[in-house]
Design a protein around this ligand. Structure first.
Ligand code: ASP
Ligand code: MG
Length: 405
């Protein structure tokens, strides 16, 4: 019988107290079976990383970047030692591994490095002899042997990369939600847990506001073809499987609906219709880290002038207004600003092969008298910009229209 390798990952809330450390140790043990090798990655206990970051601010707003990573990665060391200690107390051979002890090699800048390689020889030996290694997420070392970190919430990526280098059969991400839902359960009570979702759909869901996993981690999993299961460490329930080979059910065209809130819309009316104008509008925004989301340019009627509409986060509205008013490179007739908007998106690979989805979406919204401000589409997603006050109504009617209820 082939030996199976499983990588488990526990997030901050899952290991947030001594009670939780005991609970996850039991979960880890439950995977220990004949012909199964188990390795676990842990994040820091919840709140610990934030506290460490606060400490650096008390020293200096310009805290040395190498020392910053050395400090903020210590939370993981604590959590891993506690878990390994508990497993040993339960009679299970286990030990902690810090990133540099393997090592986990990273490239790139401090606080934002990427894992380039993980040496797994020692881990494999340990697992082959029945041991369960508990490995620090979030941290690695660079070519100067300094500690590095891979970005906030980076332990997911650590787990996915470990699964890759161990050639694991499964990677299970334990968190405080029990999976990915068809839409935010706080917005629509009829939200259902999704059993299987494609990487690409998950990428759209996570970048559009379902904060179950970071988009970059999903991207890593997709590139390395790692099947991920997201499940809760608090309740024993089936989770959501994220992979590349879901069967498309004929009646299930849309997999999920996501919504953002606090979007703002800017319309610049009567700008010159000539090359370089759009670039001139967006350059100062990009230089000032304003994230532009939906962009629509109308076809000009007189071939001289056109209107450009785009959306940003409401928080950036004041800054953006200033940048546009001070932009000497553009001329326009009028400008208008709108806030309290929300982007609702329907997501599903099924729409590639099914015609009429756009119509069904717009018609469902029209029947509820919901006004659409801006529309954008991609191969597997249709997004509309509506008023914040209509979010609940819109999500509910689309959830029903696409048979997700
Ligand atoms: N402890 C780190 C953080 O809080 C990494 C993680 O949670 O995945 O960002
Ligand atoms: Mg975390």
């Amino acid at each position: 019988m082939k030996t199976k390798t499983i990588v488990l990952k526990f997030g901050g809330t899952s290991v947030g107290s001594i009670e939780r450390i005991k609970a996850v140790s039991k979960i880890i043990l439950s995977y220990k079976k004949k012909n199964t090798r188990v390795a676990a990655i842990s994040s820091a206990m919840s709140g610990v990383t934030n506290d460490l970051i606060k400490k650096t601010k008390l020293i200096s707003n310009n805290f040395d970047s190498a020392e910053y990573d050395t400090l903020v990665s210590t939370g993981e060391q604590m959590a891993c030692a506690l878990i390994a200690g508990k497993l040993k107390a339960l009679g299970q051979n286990s030990r902690s591994w810090l990133s540099w002890q393997l090592p986990i090699l990273t490239e790139g800048n401090y606080s934002n490095s990427r894992i380039s390689n993980i040496k797994t020889k020692e881990l494999k030996n340990f697992m082959n002899n029945g041991g369960i290694p508990i490995i620090t997420g979030f941290q690695g070392i660079n070519s100067q042997l300094r500690l590095t970190t891979i970005g906030r919430s980076g332990s997911d990526a650590s787990a996915i990369m470990l699964a890759k280098f161990l050639k694991a059969d499964e990677c299970i991400i334990y968190t405080d939600v029990d999976g990915v839902y068809t839409t935010d359960p706080r917005i629509n009570k009829k939200a259902k847990k999704i059993k299987k979702i494609f990487y690409d759909e998950m990428l759209e869901m996570s970048s559009l506001g379902s904060k179950v996993m970071q988009p970059t981690s999903v991207q890593d999993a997709k590139l390395n073809k790692i099947d991920i299961t997201v499940k809760s460490s608090f309740v024993k329930k089936e989770g959501t499987l994220i992979n590349g080979s879901k069967k498309i059910f004929s009646n299930q065209i849309i997999t999920g609906i996501s919504s953002t809130k606090d979007d703002a819309k800017i319309t610049i009316i009567g700008v010159k219709d000539k090359p370089g104008v759009a670039a001139a509008i967006f350059k100062p925004l990009s230089d000032n880290s304003v994230n532009v989301d939906m962009v629509v340019q109308n076809i000009s009627l007189n071939k001289k002038e056109t209107d450009i509409t785009f959306t940003i986060k409401s928080d950036d509205l004041k800054k953006t207004e200033k940048l546009i008013r001070n932009n000497k490179k553009i001329q326009y007739k009028k400008i208008s600003f709108d806030k309290n908007l929300s982007k609702i998106s329907i997501i599903g690979v099924g729409m590639i092969t099914t015609p009429g989805i756009t119509y069904r979406m717009f018609n469902a919204l029209a029947k509820k008298k919901i006004n659409i401000n801006v529309i954008t589409t991609s191969e597997i997603k249709i997004s509309v910009l509506i008023s914040n006050k209509d979010i609940k109504k819109a999500v509910a009617c689309l959830h029903k229209e696409f048979k997700l209820d």
